[in-house]
Structure formats: C-alpha cells, structure tokens
Design a protein around this ligand. Structure first.
Ligand SMILES: [Zn+2]
Length: 355
C-alpha cells in the first residue's frame, strides 16, 4: 500500500514498539498507557506513532498510511479525535513551574465524551504527566477508571513515582530505557552528521536520542553540556568547602537566569550528572569499554574497585531522588548541597575516596 510505514521512525525502543504494533494489529489495546523513561529518551515520539497507528483508517500492519483523511488531519494537527496535552505555565512568569491543570483535564474530558468523528477511536496523549497537579490527577483518574469504549489515553513521565499510584495502577506501564550509543550514532549518521561528531554527540546524549538531535541543531546547548561535564569533573576533585563555594557561585548565576527557574536549571545539570556518574560507575566496575565516554581518560584496564562502585551507585540513586524531589517544590539549594556531600571524591584518575 502506498506510503505504508513498515517501521515506526523511532530510534531504539524495539521491544516497546513491537509490543504496541502487535496490539494495534490484534486490536488488543489497553484503555490507558503510562510511558516511563528519562526526558528526551523518546516517550512522546513512541506515543505519537502509536496514536498514528491507532487513528489510521487503513493501517493493517500496526503502521499507518499517510494517505487517508485521518492521517492527513493528524499530520495537520487538526484531527478531531486526537488530543495532546502538554504542561503549561499558569502565568506569564517564565520561572513559574509548568503544570497540567484541572482546566486542561476538564477540557480533555469534554472532548473524550464525544463519539469519534473520523477514526475508530479517540486518542489522547498527556505529556509530562508527572506535572499533573493534585486536582487534575484526581479528575483524570475518573476518566481512566471509567473509560469510554474505544478511547485510548497515553501518559508520559520521567519517573513512575511522579504519578499517583491510583492512576498508575489503571495504566499499562511501558518503560523506555537508554538507547544504545551505536543506534544513536547510526541515526545521526543518517542525518548527515560526520562519524566523529556523531560519536561525541551520542556520548553526551547518554542514551537519549531526542537530546542527541537537540545537540545537532543547537550548538549552544551542546557547549553548555560540555561545560557541565567539565564542572562535574572539577567538583569530583574538590573537597566540601570548595564544592560549596562553587555551589554558591552557581546559584547566583542560576538566580539571575530569568528564562527558567532555579529548579529547572538544576534538573538539567543533574541530567548531565546522570550520564557522567553512570560512566564513573561503569569505569569503577571494570566496564570502561561500555562507557558513554563523557570524558577522555577512561580507565581501560578491567579492574574492579568495589568501594567506588558502591559510592557511585549510591550517588546515582541520590541524583534520581533529587530530580524527583525538585518537581515537588523542595528547596533546590538545600537539595543540591546535600547531593554534593554524597558526591564521591576523586583523588587521581581511577581512584575515588570519600569527600
Ligand atoms: Zn492512514
């Protein structure tokens, strides 16, 4: 069939994509899905393609055709049976925390209460479901508990515990994990990026294809990430006193940034730390060869430093906990300083010691 998509254009996530395609083919879909995975890993992309397959009038193999009226209207963003919600700021203040409000959910509920006009189903995607406020989450719960037949609701979030358990338990949960570096390199090469560039960008992206593409388009963003990695290296070499001095300077800088909140700035710093910290963990575990290579001098010798493995794994746990806490209005400075206390200290290449 003309234009039929034999493959979904998704980088990585083959098991999840295969599962969803099969469920479209067998017409065995759940009423609600929860896609969980790091930011820019591909959750919204997978959800978008799943929606395309569900809405297409003649997609027979778990794909879509790009030819039918349903596909056309979806591509134009005017499909009457397809609704996408993203978090928004309640005020014009650019540092206000974006949320999904009760009003947004009520409007969606009204749309979901109508019969589908064009497609066999009504499909809704709620991106950033971790930012549903309490009232919105409660309202959404009712919709998910008593869904209209033929309605498919997809939620995406960075970590499952950002979404109330009652809501989680009503959704089919699908976890998206880091995409192998080789696949990201392959995807970047297809876009015309040189091999050495692709290798470097894939390393920085830490398994997140969306971030890799963002680095290709935005060299400033990429430079900022490289600077973050240098800061990370620097911090691991310093003792507490100096770390806190650097933290104070960083907060002054973050406070002066009126394009985003301090919590948001800190979250993007911690995302870089996740990748860099995971590299340190792998290196300590004698697996330097599978590092993302966020820095030059990775220890190639396969020696295992159990103390360092323990320290880095505890540290990564705390980075994740801090990122979750930042979405729940904790004091960013306090959270950051606590994290600095738990950051393993590096005396010289390959040797960690307590800070
Ligand atoms: Zn179609």
């Amino acid at each position: 069939m003309a234009g039929m998509h034999p493959e979904w254009p998704v980088v990585g996530h083959q098991p999840v994509v295969a599962f969803l395609r099969q469920s479209v083919q067998k017409k065995k879909t759940a009423h609600a899905y929860l896609f969980v995975g790091a930011s820019q890993i591909g959750k919204a992309t997978v959800a978008k393609h799943f929606a395309a397959a569900l809405l297409c009038a003649q997609g027979s193999d778990g794909g879509w055709c790009d030819d039918c009226l349903s596909c056309h209207q979806r591509a134009l963003g005017v499909h009457p049976d397809y609704h996408v919600i993203v978090p928004a700021r309640a005020t014009a203040d650019s540092t206000a925390r974006p949320i999904i409000s009760l009003e947004q959910i009520k409007e969606l509920q009204q749309r979901l209460s109508r019969r589908p006009v064009l497609a066999a189903r009504t499909v809704a995607i709620i991106n950033g479901a971790g930012l549903l406020n309490e009232k919105a989450a409660n309202a959404l719960l009712k919709t998910v508990e008593e869904p209209n037949p033929g309605t498919v609701i997809m939620l995406t979030c960075d970590a499952a515990d950002q979404v109330p358990l009652t809501l989680q338990s009503r959704c089919q949960r699908l976890s998206l994990s880091a995409v192998p570096t080789a696949e990201i390199i392959g995807a970047l090469r297809k876009e015309g990026v040189s091999h050495s560039e692709a290798e470097r960008i894939a390393a920085l992206a830490g398994g997140r294809p969306g971030l890799a593409f963002a680095y290709v388009q935005d060299t400033q963003l990429r430079k900022a990430c490289e600077e973050e990695l240098e800061t990370f290296d620097e911090l691991t070499r310093q003792a507490w006193g100096e770390r806190f001095r650097l933290a104070a300077a960083w907060f002054q800088h973050a406070n002066a940034d009126h394009t985003r909140s301090v919590a948001e700035s800190l979250r993007s710093r911690l995302e870089v730390w996740m990748t860099a910290g995971r590299d340190r963990l792998l290196e300590a575990a004698g697996c330097g060869h599978i590092c993302q290579r966020t820095r030059g001098e990775i220890a190639e010798v396969a020696t295992i430093d159990l103390a360092a493995v323990r320290q880095w794994s505890l540290f990564l746990d705390k980075v994740i906990a801090t990122m979750v806490a930042l979405q729940q209005n904790v004091n960013p400075r306090l959270a950051y300083e606590l994290l600095l206390l738990d950051m393993p200290r590096q005396r010289r290449a390959g040797k960690e010691m307590p800070a």
